[in-house]
Write a protein that binds this ligand. Structure first.
Ligand SMILES: [Zn+2]
Ligand SMILES: [Zn+2]
Length: 346
């Protein structure tokens, strides 16, 4: 399994079955609790926003905080977690790297290292045994497809007990995180940790990563603070918390998860990525470029996902701007020859 996907077209997926025998599945009660925390609470937060909207309408400040927090956390997820930490498609300064880690963590989708480990596993086994959130693997017929779609969008993490254990595993190896790479243990948490040889050897990064809870709270405190300061009122702070915190959290979460479901089922394919990934313009706009998912799976090591003039990749545009400013460099992208060779219509 390659930890860092290259700029070459993706290799043929493995057909071997992964060993899951050491992994304890979550009990029924635990699954219900995880489902409530991951989906139920965010949905309740979103409903609080709907209730507030029906009662009092929405102000320009509410929408501004929702939009600004959406953009900040989506930049953290797509440019930071995805293109930098998971795929290492460019280089950047240490302060900017820390900012990306904090912004992505504010989205509350797991720490940078956990997110990257799950994502590298997805690329190593896309739509095959071992892919942790494929909507298609093992699904047959129309209803199987419907079930797969909802599983990839809402439920897949219930079958990934490592998610709940990963942070504690890193804490246990705080003195030397790289020790995890040679650990003889072979449960799911250790296996996904082994996809991170580069990140685990970076101890300052691991320490910043382990403050994940603080960064998630910051994602709620920041819009509340701005709302309170601008309106000089507690009511303004509460509205900032609801629109920039609760509503933004749910929307960013569902849009990101839709890359797992929509990104592998709805849209067009024009590059040979040897999986089911699809390009979808709506998803591309919402995710700052990740929705050109067929492009991304064909060339996962590329810092840009727009391979045609009309494809808009806001994350890639931001990276080119940062490169102009000297804040990012070594932006990787496929050669025109590699792109041509990958085209299905050639
Ligand atoms: Zn994918
Ligand atoms: Zn990726």
């Amino acid at each position: 399994m390659s930890a860092l996907p290259s700029l070459s077209p993706a290799p043929s997926p493995s057909t071997s079955e992964p060993s899951e025998t050491h992994d304890e599945r979550l009990s029924g009660a635990r699954r219900a609790l995880v489902l409530f925390v991951v989906q139920g609470l965010p949905l309740l937060g979103f409903c609080a926003g709907v209730w507030l909207f029906l009662r009092e309408g929405v102000s320009g400040l509410d929408l501004g905080l929702l939009g600004a927090m959406y953009l900040l956390t989506m930049v953290g997820i797509e440019v930071g977690f995805h293109r930098y930490f998971a795929h290492r498609t460019f280089e950047t300064t240490r302060p900017l790297r820390a900012l990306f880690l904090i912004l992505g963590s504010m989205a509350g989708q797991g720490s940078a290292l956990l997110w990257s480990a799950v994502h590298r596993t997805h690329h190593a086994h896309t739509d095959q045994p071992g892919d942790l959130h494929s909507p298609l693997f093992g699904r047959k017929g129309f209803w199987g497809g419907v079930r797969g779609f909802f599983w990839a969008q809402f439920l897949w993490y219930l079958e990934v007990p490592a998610i709940g254990r990963f942070g504690r595993l890193l804490d246990r190896h705080r003195a030397s995180p790289a020790g995890l790479l040679t650990s003889p243990e072979d449960d799911q948490a250790h296996r996904i940790a082994r996809t991170l040889p580069d990140l685990l050897r970076d101890e300052p990064l691991v320490r910043l990563n382990q403050r994940y809870g603080t960064w998630v709270l910051l994602g709620f405190a920041l819009p509340a603070l701005v709302g309170g300061l601008v309106t000089q009122s507690w009511a303004g702070a509460l509205r900032g918390f609801v629109w920039g915190g609760l509503v933004r959290y749910y929307v960013v979460q569902q849009v990101t998860f839709a890359i797992n479901s929509v990104g592998h089922t709805m849209g067009v394919r024009w590059l040979n990525s040897r999986d089911t990934s699809r390009n979808n313009v709506v998803m591309a706009l919402l995710t700052l470029g990740a929705g050109w998912h067929n492009n991304h799976h064909a060339f996962p090591g590329s810092a840009r996902t727009d391979f045609r003039w009309w494809q808009v990749d806001l994350g890639g545009l931001l990276l080119r701007l940062l490169a102009r400013l000297g804040l990012a460099w070594d932006l990787r992208e496929p050669s025109p020859e590699a792109l041509l060779a990958a085209r299905l219509d050639r």
